[in-house]
Write a protein that binds this ligand. Structure first.
Ligand SMILES: Cc1cc2nc3c(=O)[nH]c(=O)nc-3n(C[C@H](O)[C@H](O)[C@H](O)COP(=O)(O)OP(=O)(O)OC[C@H]3O[C@@H](n4cnc5c(N)ncnc54)[C@H](O)[C@@H]3O)c2cc1C
Length: 476
């Protein structure tokens, strides 16, 4: 059944989709429909749901790097930023970053939430001392300017605020509660799980994040030849969440908001930390389709004595292999299979002895009490699921980190798996418009935003991609 027709349909009301919708609300005579199965109501933050929703670990927006000495400062990492810098459009990128930051501050202030900014200027000397300690040990440290909204509850409150605003204040925007099963770009409509069709006249924006990669919408467009991953850009982040006593982490790391420590391994690969959650918890993020990843979260009301930090290997693929997400899914499946559809937890000591962990062995540890119960993460042997090269690189990484975070390689350290960032490698999207580049026949334009396009990293890029797409539609 065809429900209605709009100028623009946005699939996904996460951070990139809602930014685009709010920006498009200012465009005269442009009707917009945003579709998402979630309504981000604050009821979703009950204890039961706390750990199952993606995008809630904590909300940080990272921008310029104060310690960078280049003429134009750069946010660490990020293909999107690279495209702008390498094309001589650094100023344009910085302006976009400022616009996104301005929007975020407005939303946060409207929602009456607090935010913190890192690093505090008075702690810069301490941070520089920490970097001086890390560098001779072969560890590179990246410090970003961070605007941190806090943990899961604040993130939910923000998303709920944006949702309410779209629903009540944006007169051109309709918010539809539903899941899109299929996009039909040659006939310009999308089909919901209910069977309803929604038509678009001008453009469809895909903003489904990592869930879209897990739940099949991405695979379907790929199978039909609309989306493909660019040559030489195939990579995947695979790792573990580490849980250790907060007391062992140098205070300088807490002052950075999101310290990123990168190091080489004996196999000449790269591992790096991924997320940092002081007094945090391990959570299970359910992407749907049986895919679950562990992650750190900060729950403002349930602080623990542990710090959770991801450690990931940057896995790079070369021809003829071209399907990085499917490699990630295979590791997910194998790990979750061993855990009876649940993640695994293993003590470092057991990993070193080549045996699985048991509840009794984990309970022996005096300093680390696991924040996930044994019903949520099953004591097991991660090395039975992860490829040898990945597991040995992660082990090297832990030992290298021990040179600057003394005690992290202590035997009671807990490792949780799978932690896989299920994003595609860079796809055929123009980074300056977010438009899909394809020879295939399209009725209307297709835009791919945020985590789904493999170019964007994190909340900042997701917001920027929403602004870029909205600008491009406005100009068109
Ligand atoms: C646990 C965790 C912690 C994180 N912490 C940080 C952090 O601290 N800082 C940071 O910068 N980044 C962080 N990230 C990454 C950040 O959340 C993402 O980069 C960002 O949310 C990407 O925005 P997006 O709009 O692409 O996707 P999302 O914000 O994930 O939104 C996607 C939306 O699409 C909807 N959707 C999916 N499939 C469909 C469908 N078929 N039909 C309709 N709707 C659909 C989903 O319900 C969801 O609402 C974290 C991610 C996770 C999982």
């Amino acid at each position: 059944m065809e429900r209605s027709a709009y100028d623009v349909v946005i699939v996904g009301n996460g951070i990139s989709g809602s930014t685009a919708a709010i920006e498009l609300d200012n465009k005269d005579d442009c009707s917009v429909c945003v579709i998402d199965p979630k309504n981000y109501s604050s009821d979703g933050v009950g204890e039961r749901y706390l750990c199952t929703k993606p995008n809630n670990g904590k909300f940080i927006f990272s921008s310029k790097n104060e310690l960078e000495t280049k003429p134009h400062y750069r946010r660490p990492g990020g293909e999107l930023q690279n495209y702008f810098y390498e094309s001589g459009k650094a100023e344009e990128f910085l302006a976009l970053e400022e616009r996104a930051q301005g929007l975020l501050r407005n939303w946060v202030e409207d929602a009456e939430l607090n935010y913190e900014e890192y690093p505090p200027p008075e702690k810069m000397e301490e941070i520089k001392e920490f970097i001086k300690k890390c560098n001779p040990k072969g560890i590179e440290v990246t410090v970003s300017d961070i605007l941190s909204l806090g943990g899961v509850r604040n993130t939910y409150a923000l998303l709920n605020h944006i949702y309410q605003r779209l629903n009540k204040e944006c007169s051109n925007v309709d918010v539809v509660n539903g899941e899109v099963k299929r996009v039909v770009p040659d006939k310009n409509y999308v089909v919901l799980n209910s069977g309803d069709r929604i038509k678009y006249r001008e453009a469809v924006l895909l903003a489904c994040g990592r869930e879209g990669v897990a739940n099949g919408i991405y695979d379907d467009l790929k199978a039909r030849g609309y989306i493909w991953e660019k040559e030489g850009k195939k990579n995947l982040l695979v790792g573990v969440a580490l849980e250790a006593p907060s007391t062992i982490f140098p205070p300088a790391m807490n002052y950075m908001g999101e310290p990123k420590l990168t190091m080489g391994t004996k196999k000449d690969d790269i591992v790096r930390t991924f997320g940092y959650y002081p007094n945090g918890r391990v959570a299970v993020v359910d992407y749907g389709n049986g895919i679950k990843s562990v992650s750190g979260i900060i729950d403002e009301r349930r602080k623990s004595n542990n710090t959770v930090m991801g450690l990931v290997m940057e896995v790079r693929f070369t021809e003829p292999f071209e399907d990085a997400p499917s490699y990630g899914r295979d590791i997910f499946n194998l790990t979750l299979k061993l855990g009876g559809k649940k993640p695994l937890v293993q003590r470092l000591r057991d990993y070193e002895m080549g045996r699985r962990s048991t509840e009794e062995r984990i309970k022996k540890a005096k300093l680390v009490k696991p924040t996930l119960s044994f019903e949520e993460a099953i004591p097991g042997d991660i090395s039975m699921a992860y490829p040898g090269r990945i597991i040995s690189n992660l082990y090297d990484g832990i030992n290298k980190l021990n040179r600057v975070i003394e005690g992290i390689s202590e035997e009671s350290l807990l490792m949780y798996a799978p932690l896989i960032v299920l994003k595609p490698s860079e796809i055929n999207v123009d980074p300056f418009t977010m438009k899909l580049e394809t020879e295939k026949k399209l009725e209307g334009e297709m835009y791919v935003l945020g985590d789904m396009n493999g170019i964007c990293k994190g909340n900042a890029d997701a917001m920027i991609s929403g602004i870029i797409a909205a600008d491009s539609i406005r100009k068109g």
